[in-house]
Design a protein around this ligand. Structure first.
Ligand SMILES: Nc1ncnc2c1ncn2[C@@H]1O[C@H](COP(=O)(O)OP(=O)(O)O)[C@@H](O)[C@H]1O
Ligand code: SF4
Ligand SMILES: [Mg+2]
Length: 340
């Protein structure tokens, strides 16, 4: 029972505009009961990947399977019953809520689609609202009557109403305050542990995701650059981009500012840098990085990284060590880290 993405590529093509390869050959797996965090800056391709995973976007190439069966694109026809267990909460929940219907009715729609008997629907509705910290009178209100954070929780309640076994949540913590973030994180972790729901939690915020994720995949400009057990990725990042994301998280003493930790901006995916896509921003970049793109390799069991500095061939790594010596600042300074 799992969600599998195999070499999924999503290319947007507009009228006369350059094609935008937002997702490039991403392979990822989420098991039941497992929480996988997908992190990266805005523009990395996270939402496009999430939509492709649930069938809202048809991959340009590659395939997505849910419980072994190909996920078909969501069209006018009802979703096949085999896909009802796969649900997504969109990044902007307002997009997916009908402004003219009460949220209670919209949550019940999801229950009807999953054939929950009418008799049990009211009890399930109150239970879901309670779990998500929403007042009982929420059910009779319309989407515009809520704050962004409340709408986000309504959208999560509606996704849960379909009793999913796999849930994709796109930036679920984005418009919540710290206590609501902690509450939702707890709810999600309990669902994963007690009801064996698998989850792909998409977020630009590694600091939050690491608390609930079993595994973390780091995405940069359409590709996965590192993945592994969440605590390993957090404590010993292998990829310079992951190091920079961690370095950018403000510390209690106020250090860790984005401009030092992660110089420049993410590139336009329609015109990506040659070689390693991260090289214009990487303090460790050396000659080969500008020409050849590193592939994702298994650095240790379950731990993957795409960086020439982690290449198994010592000669390749050594050429990087030479190149780095030309840099003005040490890598630790560039990454806003203390030298130890
Ligand atoms: N419908 C679309 N048409 C063209 N480009 C798009 C479309 N949706 C997203 N993009 C582009 O794809 C890239 C990845 O976007 P997105 O998947 O939203 O990333 P993220 O969720 O990580 O911020 C961005 O450069 C974005 O501008
Ligand atoms: S391959 Fe080179 S540019 Fe890319 S992250 Fe590694 S060291 Fe930096
Ligand atoms: Mg997004």
């Amino acid at each position: 029972m799992s969600l599998e993405l195999e070499a999924v590529t999503v290319v947007f093509r507009g009228n006369g505009r350059r094609p935008v390869p937002a997702v490039v050959e991403v392979t990822l797996q989420v098991e039941r009961g497992q929480v996988v965090g997908l992190v990266g800056e805005s523009g990395s391709g996270k939402s496009s990947l999430g939509k492709a995973a649930v069938g809202l976007l048809r991959p340009t190439s590659g395939c997505v399977r849910f419980n072994g069966k190909p996920v078909s694109a969501i069209g006018r026809r009802a979703r096949p019953s085999s896909q009802l267990g796969l649900q997504m909460v969109l990044q902007n929940p307002f997009e997916s809520l009908n402004p003219r219907r009460t949220v209670g009715n919209q949550i019940k729609d999801a229950m009807r689609a999953s054939h929950l008997s009418k008799r049990l629907q009211d009890a399930r509705l109150s239970q879901l609202l309670g779990v998500l910290g929403l007042a009982p009178d929420t059910a009779g209100k319309f989407p515009h009557q809520f704050s962004g954070g409340q709408r986000q929780r309504v959208a999560v309640a509606r996704a849960l109403a379909a009793s999913p076994s796999m849930l994709i949540l796109d930036e679920p913590f984005a418009s919540l305050d710290a206590s609501a973030q902690a509450q939702l994180a707890n709810v999600l972790r309990v669902l994963a542990d007690e009801e064996q729901v698998g989850m792909l939690v998409i977020s630009h915020d590694l600091a939050i995701v690491r608390h609930i994720a079993d595994r973390i995949a780091v995405m940069y400009l359409g590709t996965i650059v590192e993945s592994g057990v969440a605590s390993d990725v957090w404590s010993s990042a292998l990829h310079p981009y992951t190091e920079a994301l961690i370095g950018a998280i403000p510390k209690v003493d106020g250090r860790g500012a984005l401009p030092i930790a992660l110089p420049g901006e993410i590139a336009d995916p329609a015109n990506p840098p040659s070689g390693c896509r991260f090289h214009p921003r990487c303090p460790h970049a050396f000659a080969v990085c500008q020409v050849d793109s590193p592939v994702l390799i298994e650095a240790s069991p379950g731990r993957n990284v795409a960086c020439w500095l982690r290449h198994p061939d010592e000669a390749v790594r050594a050429s990087g060590a030479d190149g780095e010596a030309d840099s003005d600042a040490s890598s630790d300074e560039m990454l806003g880290r203390d030298s130890v």
